[in-house]
Design a protein around this ligand. Structure first.
Ligand SMILES: O=C(O)CCC(=O)C(=O)O
Length: 353
């Protein structure tokens, strides 16, 4: 809490120096930004990006909604402070996550991803389809919507309670809490679109939403052959919103204009106690590209890194179609209506080998 309050007090421009400049290049893996690496699309670095900070405890909902809207239009990314998720719970999630990733590979592979839940080893996922590398360097663990254990319909895989007695409860508690935060952010987004604050509830998007928690671990040291490879290659998220928390290690970068050549990549710096929130492709479709689903990636910085991403996406059957306030005769809908579940499943299937 104290940390959150400190982050709150910190003015927008008072980010620590070391995290605002482009990360030094201690490692060959930062080569994406270096001359001589010409195998992929040219890119340039522009230092840190100054993202807006939204205070979720603000009493002035209209003002908060207006700043969310501006953030979604200009960046597709913003910070959220006073989000209501206890710092101790976040620390517990990181500790449990590290405990799992510390296991020997053969143990982790016993929970290898099935039904998009469980463990994904390094290289098994490739977020940027045309990357010349075998796959991303990160390893991850997915937890999907938690079914009712009495009904035996929980498709999730869990580490054994014997080895990890509090793992499942910690994750369940975190998911319930961060879901609540996500819903509050979606209300602000709805207000920012001149819609009823309950818009996403009313259309059923938040009835059994499709939500996934992804625990991520990026290696510190990597092989010479991985030079230029990414922790997570460039991608946009698929659904509505993502709430991200990291251990503070740099590496996350955004590219606000994906069609620009060379692409310009900016570091997203860390603010203690704040979530980094970004817009996904379905929200971009809903808003007819008024809101941006911004390309992002994680570069390797020669230091181990942990993060936790919560993807809050609409109910599988929600039909995502252009919101009225986002189109006109002069700017007709750019995308046909699509069922959320079909869109997201298609995107997920294209990133795994
Ligand atoms: O680890 C991060 O900072 C970003 C993770 C991410 O982009 C993702 O999981 O989609």
């Amino acid at each position: 809490m104290k940390k959150q309050q400190e982050a709150q007090r910190r003015p927008r421009h008072a980010t620590p120096r070391h995290s605002r400049k482009s990360a030094a290049l201690p490692f060959p893996l930062q080569a994406a930004a270096q001359p001589g690496v010409t195998r992929r699309r040219r890119s340039a670095m522009a230092g840190g990006v100054d993202l807006p900070v939204v205070d979720l405890a603000s009493q002035d909902l209209r003002a908060a909604a207006a700043s969310v809207r501006q953030a979604c239009v200009e960046h597709g990314f913003f910070y959220v402070t006073n989000h209501g998720v206890d710092g101790a719970l976040i620390e517990a999630v990181f500790a449990e996550s590290k405990g799992f990733f510390d296991l020997p590979m053969e143990e982790k592979m016993k929970l290898q991803r099935r039904n998009h839940r469980g463990y994904t080893p390094p290289y098994a996922e490739k977020l940027h389809a045309s990357s010349e590398f075998v796959g991303d360097l990160k390893e991850s663990f997915y937890i999907g919507p938690i079914g009712d254990s009495d009904l035996q319909n929980d498709l999730n895989q869990w580490p054994s309670e014997e080895c990890f007695p509090s793992w499942k409860e910690t994750m369940k508690w975190y998911i319930a809490t961060v879901l609540d935060t996500g819903k509050r952010i979606l209300s602000l987004i709805a207000l920012g679109l001149d819609l009823d604050a309950e818009f996403f509830h009313k259309i059923g998007a938040l009835d059994c939403p499709s939500m996934f928690l992804r625990l991520l671990h990026y290696p510190g040291e990597v092989n010479e052959s991985d030079s230029g490879n990414y922790g997570a290659s460039a991608h946009s998220d698929y659904g509505a919103i993502t709430l991200l928390v990291t251990d503070g290690t740099p590496g996350l970068q955004i590219c606000r204009e994906k069609d620009r050549d060379p692409q310009l990549w900016e570091d997203v710096h860390h603010i203690d106690g704040a979530f980094i929130v970004n817009i996904g492709d379905l929200l971009e479709r809903w808003t007819n590209c008024v809101f941006r689903s911004t390309l992002h990636r994680v570069v390797a910085v020669g230091k181990e890194r942990y993060s936790v991403a919560f993807f809050l996406d609409p109910n599988y059957d929600t039909v995502v179609q252009c919101i009225e306030s986002c189109c006109s005769e002069a700017d007709p809908p750019r995308f046909p209506p699509i069922r959320s579940g079909e869109y997201i499943t298609g995107r997920i299937n294209s990133t795994y080998k």
